[in-house]
Design a protein around this ligand. Structure first.
Ligand code: URP
Ligand code: ZN
Ligand code: ZN
Length: 460
């Protein structure tokens, strides 16, 4: 099957020009003006942006967490991602105690294989490191997984101690890998939670009160300092506040391979969401929580200036009715996480390009290209070039719409951005040369998404 995309405005992280794209099979085979080729199908992309399929490097499909399971599985979640213009996701394969790394990855393969609508990979989340695990790092990298993840939060569940943090960072670095960190001061937070509970402060807003931005900045500083000593690259996930971002800037400025991301929700929402009536604050119970509004502009600025590398979603949805309400009487029982995989590309276009004057190149960089580079998939993914996978989004830059759970495809009964009016829409989406979204319909077959073997991370 060959496809010719004609007359679109091609935007990559560096280029901006009008041309045709010829796709032969799964890859881009020619780019040029008025290409003299015949294709099985021609798509007119006049007045449209033609961008690389976007990458969401932080999602949790079907994750057992907080006594329940996140409500999108690899099928529903990747179809929703495709509707949003995302053509590659990276999930987190989490090592449960007693499991080897290989068993952990096998378990995640079993969940994802044959279900995905788009391409996928995982980071390996290490929760236990004994001597026997050391030799496994190389095997994980050989399997195409070049990123490891640790949690400095959730004591008794996923949290590791500082010795393990050092060992994971060092071992990952030795095999050419990078360590991702959920960075908070999990122990101090636990103490604050206990104090709030003792005072009978049990409403959703106390989730945020127990995890102030300084406790995130503290975790980030500690993770980066340990990474500096281990001599290994560190990437901080879901940065939600300026204080944490500043720690990354400090470390990189001193010459260390220290990087970070933020997530869509932190670019639009603030902690006043927890004051919503009728338990609605629970919709925003994720970790780290929303923070005071004055953090929002610094995060946008951080993206613009490259302090942070990309925007992910931390997509980890739970139904408001039936899951979030497990914590109706106690915020500790509200499963942590929210929906977002479908919203990211459009929300960042609206908030970045339309509202703040970001260049289209910057938008593509922070939603598509930087993640391909950071996580070892460039130039197969993350750009439009001869030889790259034909993961392409034909984007209507002017269409206006209202974000709503009534129209989204995520398996979640609410939207974090309900009612927001935004401009821009991923009209047609191709995954490795196949049109999978068109006319607001999914045209693919679940299972067509492939596991992507990732290579060396190329920090920017
Ligand atoms: O609340 C969140 N973020 N849930 C998913 C797990 C994590 O910490 O990333
Ligand atoms: Zn996390
Ligand atoms: Zn996460």
């Amino acid at each position: 099957m060959s496809i010719l995309i004609k007359n679109g405005r091609i935007i990559t992280a560096t280029d901006d020009y009008v041309a045709d794209v010829f796709i032969d099979g799964e890859t881009v085979s020619m780019i040029g003006k008025n290409l003299p080729v015949k294709a099985d199908r021609t798509i007119d992309a006049s007045n449209r942006l033609v961008i690389p399929g976007s990458i969401d490097p932080h999602v949790h499909m079907q994750l057992p967490f907080g006594g329940t399971i996140s409500s999108d599985d690899f099928k529903s979640g990747t179809i929703a991602a495709a509707f949003g213009g995302t053509t590659t996701i990276i999930d987190f394969a989490i090592q449960y105690h007693g499991k080897t790394f290989a068993q952990t990855l096998d378990d995640w393969d079993a969940k994802a294989e044959g279900k995905c609508a788009i391409d996928y990979s995982y980071h390996l989340a290490v929760t236990e490191y004994e001597d026997k695990h050391k030799s496994e790092f190389k095997k994980v990298v050989d399997r195409g997984i070049t990123t490891f993840k640790i949690f400095l939060a959730y004591p008794g569940v996923f949290m590791i101690d500082d010795q393990t943090m050092f060992r994971v960072m060092q071992s990952a670095g030795e095999v050419g890998g990078m360590t991702l960190v959920h960075a908070e001061n999990g122990i101090a937070i636990q103490q604050m939670i206990e104090q709030l509970v003792a005072q009978k402060k049990l409403a959703p807003k106390y989730h945020a009160e127990s995890r102030p931005p300084t406790m995130q900045a503290d975790g980030v500083a500690r993770a980066l300092r340990v990474g500096e000593v281990a001599g290994a690259p560190v990437f901080i996930v879901h940065v939600s506040c300026e204080a944490a971002m500043k720690e990354i800037v400090r470390s990189r400025d001193e010459g260390h391979a220290s990087f970070g991301e933020t997530c869509t929700q932190y670019l639009f929402l603030d902690q006043t969401c927890y004051d919503k009536p009728n338990f609605e604050g629970a919709k925003y119970v994720f970790t780290p929580p929303l923070v005071p509004k004055e953090n929002i502009e610094p995060l946008w600025k951080g993206l613009k200036l490259g302090y942070l590398q990309e925007v992910s979603t931390d997509h980890c949805p739970f139904m408001f009715k039936g899951q979030k309400d497990l914590g109706k009487d106690d915020f500790r029982k509200i499963p942590n996480g929210g929906p977002g995989v479908e919203d990211r590309l459009s929300m960042v276009y609206h908030g970045g390009v339309i509202e703040r004057g970001f260049s289209l190149n910057k938008w593509v960089d922070i939603c598509c290209t930087a993640s391909a580079k950071m996580f070892g998939m460039f130039p197969k993914k993350g750009t439009i070039a001869v030889g790259s996978d034909a993961d392409i989004v034909i984007y209507d830059p002017n269409k206006e719409r209202t974000v709503s759970a009534k129209t989204h495809h995520m398996n979640c009964d609410y939207s974090l951005f309900e009612g927001m009016k935004i401009k821009g829409y991923p009209e047609t989406v191709l995954s490795r040369g196949k049109v999978i979204i068109e006319n607001n319909q999914y045209k693919g077959t679940p299972g067509e998404g492939k596991f992507i073997k990732r290579g060396e991370c190329l920090p920017l």
